[in-house]
Design a protein around this ligand. Structure first.
Ligand code: ADP
Ligand code: ZN
Length: 213
C-alpha cells in the first residue's frame, strides 16, 4: 500500500502516519524527521536545510527531491510506504509522479487531513519533541505530557520545543503552507484515490481512514 498524507503543519500527519505504519506494516517516511536527523548530525545537507527550517520556509525542491529519490529506492519501500510531509510543492508532486511511474508504483490513497487554523496554532505551540534524532517522539504539554516532565517516555532523552515551533515561526509556516502546499489539494483532487478527512481526534480519524481501504 502506498499513501500520501497531506495536511497543514500540526494537522496530525505524523500521528496518523505512525498509526498507519503500525496497522498496515508499511514504512512511514517523514521528510521533516529525515531533515532533523541531518541537522542534528551536522551534515552538509543538514546545515543547508536548517536555515530554511528555522525561519519557517520550505527547504528547496532540489534538495528534497534528491533525498527522496534515494529514499524511495531503499528495500524497505518495496512493501509500501506512507509519505508524511512530502510532496509539499507542485514541483515536488510532479516529480514524485514521474519517480513513481519509473519505479512502476501506483498510489492507493492521497489523504488530506483537515483541521481549523486556530486549532493548528494551539497544537503547534503546545508540542514538544524528543531530542534524540532516532526517536523524535512527539508530546503535547496539555493532552499528552510525558510521565516525567521534560524526559522522553520511550528513550529517556530530553524533550524540547523545536526551534521552528515558536509562535512567530509557526505563523510563517502556516503562511508557507497556504501559499505553497495547499494548492496540492486541488492537484490531487482529480485522482480517484484522493479523499479528505477531519483530524480532530486521532482514533476517530483512523476509523474513517480504515473504512476507505
Ligand atoms: P510540519 O508538517 O509540522 O510543518 P515537518 O516536520 O513535516 O513539520 O517539517 C519541518 C520543516 O522541514 C518544514 O517547515 C520545512 O522547512 C522542512 N520540510 C519538511 N518536508 C519538506 C518538503 N517536502 N519540502 C520542503 N521542506 C520540507
Ligand atoms: Zn525519545
Amino acid at each position: 500500500m502506498r499513501v500520501i498524507m497531506l495536511g497543514a503543519p500540526g494537522a496530525g500527519k505524523g500521528t496518523m502516519s505512525a498509526l498507519m505504519e503500525k496497522k498496515y506494516g508499511i514504512v512511514q517516511i517523514s521528510t521533516g524527521d529525515i531533515l532533523r536527523a541531518e541537522v542534528k548530525a551536522e551534515t552538509d545537507l543538514g546545515l543547508k536545510a536548517s536555515e530554511f527550517m528555522n525561519r519557517g520556509d520550505l527547504v528547496p525542491d532540489d534538495i528534497i527531491l534528491g533525498m527522496m529519490k534515494n529514499r524511495l529506492q531503499k528495500n524497505d519501500c518495496s512493501g509500501g510506504f506512507i509519505l508524511d510531509g512530502f510532496p509539499r510543492t507542485l514541483k515536488q508532486a510532479e516529480d514524485l509522479g514521474m519517480m513513481l511511474e519509473r519505479l512502476g508504483m501506483g498510489l492507493d490513497a492521497v489523504i488530506n487531513l483537515e483541521v481549523p487554523e486556530d486549532l493548528l496554532i494551539r497544537r503547534l505551540t503546545s508540542r514538544r519533541t524528543c531530542s534524540n534524532p532516532s526517536c523524535q517522539a512527539v508530546y503535547n504539554i496539555y493532552t499528552m505530557p510525558p510521565k516525567k516532565e521534560g524526559v522522553c517516555d520511550i528513550c529517556g532523552a530530553e524533550i524540547i520545543q523545536r526551534e521552528d515551533e515558536t509562535e512567530e515561526v509557526i505563523r510563517k509556516r502556516l503562511a508557507t503552507y497556504n501559499e505553497k502546499t495547499a494548492p496540492l489539494i486541488r492537484y490531487y483532487s482529480g485522482y480517484d484515490v484522493f479523499f479528505s478527512v477531519p483530524c480532530l481526534e486521532a482514533g476517530e480519524t483512523m476509523d474513517k481512514i480504515v473504512e476507505r481501504f
